[in-house]
Design a protein around this ligand. Structure first.
Ligand code: NAD
Length: 364
């Protein structure tokens, strides 16, 4: 019989309570406790799941075979280090840490103490990405959009580390080359960290990626488009759906030159484009629960010592690009001259109101 792994969750807020719920229901796992700086919250979650509540995470270090760290990003480094120093395998939520320096310390600690370190880049477990990743593909242009309404959480970091980091990790996994240069701009809507960001990444293998993220958008969208010599792909990660388009064998062999076609063939071209000349396929990814897949994979890696799908090094590489984006963004000059306003919080003065205000009616 497989030994039951003793696991704990540190931080049981919005996402951590889901980690705890799933772990409590897995066979071969004993959820030995949940810790939260908000002890009442820890107690509520612990009671619901039949486990123990802890105010401090430190006692758990001596009680577990593995743990999930689901506290705010700015606390990951301090909390995770205590477990890694004792060689305890961790699933740390994304982003691995709030800075590259902190991420590097965690990766080195995991290596030195031989601990599995997986990072919660959950989109790698999205069925649409899994389908995408299985295909022979040399992406040459990637466009990613990840936008949604303000959740009120993760205000300890900006949208680049909060949301864009998902796409940076996916894009690095697809492009399979180092980033050569970065251009970026961003806006802080509420006066803190940036809430909207756009970056253009140039890779050493010629691939170019345009990445947009916003946490102040009225609509939610998680999409990606890819051009490659093999064809064109649209991914909708929210719907777990892929649309693939590739030139037919005849087009691949002989090309398609509309100017050389006779008038009748040319007039049919529009109707036949997506049936005869370009083959299309739509794939609906399985409606699997990504967090359950991610946690099960982590526990497998803990048991077998296998390398996780998203390692600490992968996560630190995404943070390295994120920091280059943040640096470029800070230096982005809105008026095109270095003396003018720069960066997400220092915009040119508005010329007026986009939506003119109606005059207020005096109360009778
Ligand atoms: P949250 O604020 O809802 O929950 C964080 C919890 O951690 C709170 O209950 C807080 O009291 C507790 N906490 C703070 N410091 C602590 C400490 N030192 N020890 C123990 N508990 C502590 O935040 P959230 O939205 O659940 O996000 C948590 C982490 O998960 C963040 O790193 C975030 O980026 C990540 N996240 C990832 C995804 C994803 O798609 N993978 C989605 C949401 C959040």
């Amino acid at each position: 019989m497989t030994k039951r792994l003793r696991v704990a969750v540190v931080g049981v807020g919005h996402l951590g309570k889901e980690h705890a719920r799933i772990l409590a229901g897995l066979p071969d796992v004993e959820l030995v406790g949940v810790a939260d700086a908000n002890y009442e919250l820890a107690q509520t979650v612990a009671e619901r799941l039949g486990t123990k509540a802890f105010h401090e995470f430190q006692p758990l270090v001596h009680l577990v075979d593995a743990a999930c760290i689901v506290t705010p990003t700015t606390t990951h480094a301090a909390v995770a280090a205590e477990f890694l120093r004792r060689g305890i395998p961790l699933l740390v939520e994304k982003p691995l840490a709030a800075s590259l320096t902190e991420a590097d310390v965690l990766v080195q600690l995991a290596e030195r103490h031989g601990a599995v370190l997986q990072v919660g880049h959950i989109e790698r477990f999205n069925a649409a990405f899994e389908e995408l990743d299985r295909r022979p593909l040399q992406p040459k242009w990637i466009r990613a959009q990840r936008i949604g309404p303000f959740s009120g959480r993760s205000t300890d970091i900006g949208v680049v580390l909060d949301l864009m980091i998902h796409d940076l990790d996916l894009i690095l996994a697809l492009a399979k080359a180092p980033v050569r240069s970065v251009e970026a701009l961003g806006l802080s809507v509420f006066g803190g960290h940036e809430d909207m960001a756009n970056a253009r990444l140039h890779f050493t293998n010629g691939c170019v990626a345009d990445v947009t993220a916003s946490r102040v958008s009225p609509v939610a969208q998680r999409t990606m488009q890819i051009w490659a010599p093999e064809g064109y792909i649209e991914a909708d990660f929210a719907q777990r759906k892929l649309t693939l388009i590739q030139p037919s064998a005849a087009v691949r062999q002989h090309g398609l030159h509309p100017a050389r076609l006779d008038a009748a063939s040319r007039s049919r071209l529009r109707d036949e484009l997506f049936t005869r000349h370009l083959e299309t396929a739509t794939i609906d990814g399985q409606a699997q629960d990504q967090l359950t897949c991610e946690l099960t994979h982590f526990l497998d890696c803990v048991r077998t010592g296998h390398r996780p799908r998203v390692t600490g090094s992968d996560a630190r590489n995404a943070i390295a690009v994120a920091e280059r984006i943040l640096f470029a963004m800070q230096h982005h000059s809105w008026d095109g001259n270095t003396a003018g306003p720069k960066g997400p919080r220092d915009l040119p003065a508005p010329r007026g109101e986009l939506i003119p205000q109606m005059p207020r009616r005096e109360a009778a």
